[in-house]
Write a protein that binds this ligand. Structure first.
Ligand SMILES: NC(=[NH2+])NCCC[C@H](N)C(=O)O
Ligand SMILES: [Mn+2]
Ligand SMILES: [Mn+2]
Length: 369
């Protein structure tokens, strides 16, 4: 057993640095709505549309309820098959199905928020964020800030995209500063870009196309790539990004989390994986900070593809996504005292004399057994 002196020293050190274990994490329960979007036509890999059902099968809803939240599963958007339209730029020939899916999603997000719930949207590829963010912006009358956690900027237009994959374009459809760089898009009459690039920040970038870089520099977008995370650390980068996009703390936060922001080793089952990404710990910490701001209104989790990789790789990816989501909605790696224990002062009586945790000489009379 450690001597009392060393225990006292440890406790004092912990208290001085204010670690989570000495800083009581108050756990607030929330009302949460879950929406699935089984959509894959923003990219070329079949399977990403299976992620919503797969995450449900491994217990996502149960996990959220176990965090003490009031959780309602609003089901999935209805899949459509409008075929290919030839009156739109060739690179967005599958726009009709994206437009219909995102219109449904935007409406569902507004419905969930009108039920006083935070929204968790499970993709599907990242093009669906056009619907989830639009719904959030409409529900909050434009007072939204957007944190895009991704290896990619997803800032291409139909003219600048090399791949023609719409999951590389949602941000350019969401920000008003790029509205003039798009032709009229049939089927998207319901969507008006209202977000400003000033309220957009990226974390995790490491595969940015030339035109995307041009836009980031031209408009001064807050873009924190992996190099910035090497230099300053994930805590500083996340805190700075959030301060940039919501300086007055009055906007509702939307975090669009692309699982490929994590390193390939952490989340291999995704279609456009890029080495040198975030560790799972870094991804979790981004969401811990987002949660603790109290600003989080909605989160997307996208680009999980259960058909890519072997069973261990799929399991690894799904577990990573679950850890990130739970962090966003209050799971604390340091533990928390559930409300019923809060109401049991006697519970701590045998261990800590709480009315005088440290005696006059600064030593603690806490007995750790
Ligand atoms: N959400 C994603 N995984 N996006 C990948 C985009 C890759 C590339 N920048 C493109 O436009 O095709
Ligand atoms: Mn993305
Ligand atoms: Mn990506």
């Amino acid at each position: 057993m450690k001597s009392m002196t060393s225990v006292r020293a440890t406790f004092t050190t912990l208290r001085k640095f204010g670690t989570a274990s000495t800083d009581r994490r108050k756990h607030e329960s929330s009302r949460i709505g879950i929406i699935g979007v089984p959509f894959h036509k923003g990219q070329s890999n079949i399977g990403v549309e299976e992620a919503p059902s797969t995450l449900r099968e491994i217990g996502l809803v149960k996990d959220m309820i176990a965090l003490g939240h009031n959780v309602k599963d609003f089901g999935d958007t209805v899949s459509t098959d409008q075929g290919i339209r030839h009156d739109v730029p060739d690179k967005i020939k599958r726009l009709p199905d994206l437009a219909l899916t995102c219109h449904q999603l935007s409406t569902m997000v507004q419905t969930v928020m009108s039920d006083q719930r935070k929204v968790l949207t499970i993709g599907g590829d990242h093009s669906i964020a056009l619907g989830s963010v639009d719904g959030h912006v409409q529900a909050k009358n434009g007072e939204v800030c957007l944190l895009w956690v991704d290896a990619h900027a997803d800032l291409n237009t139909a003219n600048t995209s090399d791949s023609g994959h719409m999951h590389g374009m949602p941000v350019s459809l969401l920000v008003k500063e790029l509205a003039d760089y798009w032709p009229y898009l049939p089927g998207l009459d319901w969507q008006t870009p209202r977000l400003s690039v000033q309220n957009l920040a990226y974390i995790g970038l490491r595969s940015v196309d030339n035109y995307e870089r041009l836009v980031i520099e031209r408009f001064g977008v807050s873009a924190f790539g992996m190099e910035d995370i090497e230099k300053y650390g994930i805590h500083a980068v996340t805190t700075l990004a959030l301060e940039k996009i919501n300086p007055n703390g009055n906007k509702s936060l939307h975090v669009s989390f692309d699982i490929d922001s994590l390193d390939t080793l952490e989340a291999p089952s995704t279609g456009t994986s890029v080495r040198g990404g975030l560790t799972l710990r870094e991804g979790v910490h981004i969401m811990e900070i987002a949660h603790r701001t109290g600003w989080l209104g909605a989160m997307d989790m996208v680009e999980i593809n259960p058909r890519i990789g072997n069973s261990l790789q799929v399991k690894t990816t799904l577990e990573a996504a679950t850890h990130v989501i739970k962090a966003a909605f209050g799971f604390s790696r340091s533990g928390h005292v559930p409300p019923h224990l809060e109401r049991m002062p006697g519970y701590y009586a045998p261990l800590v004399n709480t009315d005088n945790a440290s005696t006059q000489d600064g030593t603690s009379n806490m007995v750790i057994v």
